[in-house]
Design a protein. Structure first.
Length: 124
């Protein structure tokens, strides 16, 4: 994740229907999951994003809640009784979402025939 300041900037939806910060959070969560972590706490992400972007805890928590509402994250019950400490995990892997996006790009820009054009070396 590149360090940058997001204060004062409105989120720009990306190809996944996610704002920049939402996408950064998803990339962070996917990286943790690919490294064997089964879930992520808001607190874990806050430490990273505060040091990189100087974001507040409530901002990071709001991003997690928005991603949950969009169906990108699932909130898990705490593994033991804790004070409102929730864990989240992605509902789909980075590879699944990446494939979905590649399929969408192929259908929108190449009439679903991207590979044929690539193989025949037609101008993209």
């Amino acid at each position: 994740m590149a360090s940058r300041s997001l204060k004062g900037k409105s989120p720009t939806p990306g190809p996944l229907g996610l704002g920049r910060l939402e996408l950064d959070v998803m990339l962070y969560i996917w990286k943790r999951e690919e490294n064997g972590e089964s879930s992520t706490r808001v607190k874990d992400a806050f430490r990273v994003f505060y040091s990189e972007d100087d974001l507040t805890y409530t901002t990071v928590m709001s991003v997690f809640h928005r991603l949950e509402k969009k169906g990108r994250l699932q909130r898990l019950a705490p593994p033991h009784k804790t004070k409102r400490l929730f864990y989240y995990h992605s509902t789909r892997s980075r590879q699944e979402v990446g494939q979905e996006q590649l399929d969408w790009i192929a259908s929108k820009f190449f009439d679903g025939d991207f590979m044929s054009r690539l193989i025949s070396q037609e101008s993209l």
